[in-house]
Design a protein around this ligand. Structure first.
Ligand SMILES: [Zn+2]
Length: 421
């Protein structure tokens, strides 16, 4: 009797030249492309079977779909209870937008309050499987906190490179998990973080957990495994909607791994005969830095870098999103939407009135939904799922506005309290 492997992953395939190479800690991209000085991003290939389709129907828990994740050794997994987040109906929003239904996938309820736990659960397990004892990433907040937590759970060291404006609270969270936070000073020319990451990997044995390190020209450097974790979002919401996929899936985009990973999950469901068609993917970005929106509008196949102005959507600050996310938007017949700060703030406020605390980056999804409804892009029979990728409490400064400073301070009397109502 042949034992069924824990993972159905078979190889790493280059998305540029199509060559495949064996599964290994390949953070430097396609070997074939590298030998001719070209960038070649790798993607994990699988050979799933009919039993995997049955498993998807009955799956419970993030790792129950381990066959469709790239971790070959179950002993390498260190779970913190990631995934299986609620899918909540937003009936009033659906009515206002004139669609059949709208659901929000509450990824803010993951162990470290964001969907990054799905990617780091996988990336850290892969690092451990290949014998690494240290993991590293660049982060504006969510990714770094998540990596530090999973590294702690797996008994690995973690190093998180933050930009100069990283909030003290996220730096403190990394320290809480025993990780090492470092703030990297800005470089006038930019790009130095990339060579730093590459040297940390090559010369000091750090396993990188980001796929799209910021400003990586051609994406020749990065982790091809972590984004596979996002596929589980597609599997879960398909099950939570009783085996029916929505017409639209609306996702905030920074580097683009999240959207590209969820899209790969939808493609798995179609390939395994569990869904007729994958949803159209909507990429949401702040107007103050919307590289994927500009590339989509210009019908480009690459994503040129843009200049980034300040935005409340701190998790989405990225000069350049990955081509894999652009491809997903185009292949799915989706859209890319840029949201201004007022729209992001209004959507965040509306989520609060519905009892939901999400970071401004996640509020871009509701803002985009309003915009698409206003432009009559959505049909009355359409179902929509939006991703609430991260929690509002990750960014305390978001709440430190005039409303907080204006809180009334009164004596403990009925008259005084009633007077402020
Ligand atoms: Zn290649």
């Amino acid at each position: 009797v042949t034992r069924r492997p824990y993972s159905a992953a078979t190889a790493l395939v280059c998305t540029t030249c199509g060559q495949s190479q064996p599964l290994g800690p390949a953070l430097l991209g396609c070997e074939c492309c590298r030998s001719v000085g070209r960038a070649g991003a790798l993607a994990v290939a699988y050979a799933p079977d009919a039993e995997d389709a049955r498993t998807l129907r009955q799956a419970r828990g993030f790792w129950s779909t381990h066959r469709l994740l790239p971790v070959a050794d179950p002993g390498a997994v260190a779970s913190l209870g990631e995934g299986e987040t609620p899918l909540l109906p937003l009936a009033a929003i659906a009515r206002a937008c004139g669609v059949r239904d709208v659901h929000i996938k509450m990824e803010s309820l993951n162990p470290t309050l964001s969907y990054k736990d799905r990617t780091n659960a996988v990336a850290v397990a892969v690092a451990r499987q290949f014998g690494y004892d240290r993991v590293c990433c660049t982060s504006s907040g969510n990714h770094g906190v998540s990596l530090a937590a999973y590294a702690a759970a797996a008994g690995l060291r973690s190093l998180v490179l933050f930009p100069p404006d990283a909030p003290p609270s996220v730096v403190a969270e990394v320290r809480h998990y025993g990780g090492t936070p470092v703030i990297i000073e800005p470089e006038p020319q930019g790009g130095s973080v990339v060579s730093l990451l590459e040297r940390l990997h090559r010369e000091d044995g750090w396993f990188l957990s980001n796929r799209n390190a910021p400003q990586v020209t051609g994406r020749r450097f990065g982790n091809p495994f972590g984004l596979e974790g996002y596929k589980t979002i597609a599997y879960e919401l398909w099950r939570q909607r009783d085996g029916v996929l929505p017409e639209w899936c609306v996702v905030p985009v920074g580097g683009g791994d999240g959207l590209a990973g969820v899209w790969r999950g939808f493609q798995d469901l179609v390939r395994l005969g569990l869904a007729a068609a994958a949803p159209r993917m909507v990429a949401c970005q702040p107007a103050s830095g919307a590289s994927i929106v500009e590339a989509w509008r210009g019908r480009l196949t690459t994503v040129p870098p843009v200049t980034v102005a300040p935005t409340a959507a701190l998790s989405l600050i990225d000069r350049r999103s990955g081509e894999h996310a652009l491809r997903a938007v185009v292949e799915s017949g989706g859209r890319a939407v840029a949201l201004d700060e007022a729209a992001i703030q209004a959507a965040g406020g509306e989520l609060g009135r519905l009892g939901l605390s999400l970071e401004p980056s996640s509020a871009t999804t509701l803002a985009a939904l309003w915009e698409l409804a206003g432009a009559s892009v959505l049909g009355p029979a359409d179902s929509v799922v939006i991703l609430g990728t991260g929690a509002g409490l990750r960014w305390p400064a978001t709440y430190a506005d005039a409303r907080v400073r204006d809180v009334p301070r009164v004596p403990a009397t009925m008259e005084a309290v009633l007077s402020v109502l």
